[in-house]
Design a protein. Structure first.
Lengths: 401, 401
């Protein structure tokens, strides 16, 4: 949580941190400022409150963050001038020398050029690089009350929109084994995605990364987002994975259901049952303090005992269970804690962890895939709370044709 | 244009370029791939077609880009493993050594860590930094036919939504000098912004950076986005600046009108007339081949002759004309060509340039601001085309109360 920032800076020996970039769709900046329509730098010296530096045109937006807002003393945009400005901000923030780390979404080549100039013009600062599992990721990995409330609200929005999609599909007419719309044309994946964006906008949410709505063979490939031209055939698996966020890049939610329209054959039903069994077992076994990778290993064991290949038993497989059990969620749709079994990843579930649980099975050559996903909170009393409820049924009833 | 990429790489002595990050809301990546739901790296060796490297889960999304898609040989996420993967991709792309530059939106600290590891593990590559005015920015600064068509379509969407906002305001009832909604409550800036997002979603567009809809004093500060709680008072200036993009971060449009509801007093009318005169004069004087900064200087001259302070005559002023005349527009809402008068900026208008023209005047203490903005194309026949038409009137009629 943000209140631990100074403690974590001390642990890493950082004298200051700098967060740069836009105030929207930039998780580190949104975390430090609450977001807004600006491009700015936030400088936090160890032990002091952060200060935001902006251009005069954006002074009101910067002030609205609640941080102390100051104006840049130089608005030139070449790398040398930007490096000089970083040096000036660090001095202005009270740091004469020491270790400084950088956060925020930047343009790769331009950022390299600024760093080069900074090393030349300000050798008194040691520029510290940070791995993916960095200071702000560590801070962000446990959520406070207001963050949880915002994610919970996104969960309500998400499941309301999923409910509207289910209602639309169930109430559509059927012709020749496919859904048709009110204008008597075939309903397509692209139509559904457009409605999802519209309904999210009605709820004040955004969908910057799009929706996975993948039917048949596409459902068998975890991140295939689905072909907009595909028609909605009864009996095929539809993987519907939706991950919207608050306006201008705030907190996300992440949610998946797998549906078959009208009916499901035995093979699909078995796949669904296997995923559902694993989902239920894993959720029951969640333990505060446990390594996330232990839950991933447990999931692989369960699937393997059912006869499915997994990425642990068959590295590189594209059949069976081919991804992580889940991931942390917040201002990024994917963030710490990570469930990877890689040796360098050792994240734990702790009170305040918000994360997804999303076992799945994929058989692209058999034209099917099943994934079930909900977002959970590890509470302070040791229990785990699903942040939004929604039925898990596989078969979505359709109108009799 | 993209067809000049090899020529521009040769001019800069680059043997390969690497573009990394997500396939959405990442201009360099969208430019090279067309975008999609993936996180990947594109490697282009000089003289060869680009290759996209992805994880197995995202192989279908990567293949959909039309580029040759290959799988990463290592999916670990620590900086050393990522650096090793970059080295492997460069070798796989046929480059044994040479100069390599980086593009795309990355996380600052993590990218630093990867570069450090790469310098250690792959000294055969010279990692070239790039200023803001980099290779891909230069390539992107002139648009081809299909890019222009997409921006033009975004212009149509944008002006249709602006028209719906105008219709809503004009048809709303008036009570005590303010607009009220159908439920008899005060209409607020936040209500308008929510409808804008909804109407953009209906058109299949996104609004990732929000809308500026700023009334009164807020209108006097160029990038103040407007307070959602503000009510809509007749006679106050409203600066309405809207800059949506295609779904998942494609091409933008940028457009501003200034409105007074019902009536405008003489002082506001005079401000509007000054801005309109400058707008018309500047547009008439646009010349292909001319330095953008010459147009900015000309604009400052015009405003100064009218008695307004400008950033050239009064550096740091927050009254008068306080920003650039315009900016290039494409996959970024702000990109080259730049109109800055800084000595290092020397962009020209050339056939294929798409850019905004947006003179404005701001007097925050007098509670008013006026800006007029359209997006223009420099055509191949030497003329300039406004990419979407919309009336420029200041006063928006309202219903008689």
């Amino acid at each position: 949580m943000k209140k631990h920032l100074d403690e974590l800076m001390a642990k890493r020996g950082l004298d200051a941190i700098i967060i740069t970039g836009t105030g929207d769709h930039n998780p580190a900046m949104v975390y430090m400022t609450g977001g807004g329509h600006f491009k700015a730098s936030v400088v936090k010296k160890a032990g002091l409150l952060p200060v935001i530096y902006c251009n005069p045109m954006e002074r009101e937006e910067a002030a609205r963050t609640g941080l102390t807002a100051k104006l840049h003393h130089n608005q030139k945009t070449n790398p040398a001038a930007q490096a000089d400005e970083i040096r000036w901000m660090l001095q202005d923030a009270g740091l004469a020398n020491g270790k400084v780390a950088f956060y925020g979404r930047v343009e790769a080549g331009e950022f390299m050029a600024i760093l080069e100039e900074l090393r030349k013009c300000a050798p008194e600062y040691i520029l510290v690089s940070e791995p993916q599992d960095n200071l702000l990721m560590e801070t962000r990995a446990t959520k406070g009350e207001s963050e949880i409330a915002r994610i919970r609200k996104m969960g309500q929005i998400t499941t309301r929109v999923v409910g509207r999609v289910a209602d639309l599909l169930s109430s559509s007419r059927v012709r020749n084994n496919h859904l048709i719309n009110s204008a008597d044309s075939l309903l397509r994946v692209g139509d559904i995605k457009k409605l999802i964006n519209l309904w999210l906008a009605e709820e004040g949410a955004e969908n910057p990364e799009g929706t996975i709505f993948a039917i048949g063979r596409d459902a068998g490939i975890p991140h295939s987002s689905g072909n907009p031209e595909d028609i909605l055939e009864l009996g095929k698996t539809i993987v519907f994975d939706i991950f919207p966020c608050e306006e201008q890049g705030g907190y996300f939610y992440d949610f998946t259901r797998t549906w078959c329209l009208g009916h499901a054959d035995d093979q699909v039903m078995q796949l669904y049952q296997d995923v559902k069994t694993v989902y239920d077992t894993v959720v029951k076994e969640l333990k505060p303090g446990q390594l996330c990778k232990d839950h991933q290993r447990f999931t692989c064991d369960l699937f393997e005992k059912m006869g499915h290949p997994t990425i642990l038993s068959h590295p590189g497989t594209t059949d069976g269970y081919v991804h992580s059990l889940g991931h942390g969620l917040g201002l990024d749709v994917h963030e710490a804690p990570w469930f990877s079994t890689n040796v360098e990843v050792n994240d734990h579930l702790v009170p305040g962890s918000v994360f997804t649980i999303e076992p799945g099975l994929y058989y692209p050559e058999r034209g099917m895939g099943v994934r079930l996903e909900d977002t959970y909170l590890s509470t302070t009393n040791g229990s785990f709370e699903k942040l939004a409820e929604f039925p898990m049924d596989l078969v979505l009833p359709v109108r009799k044709s």
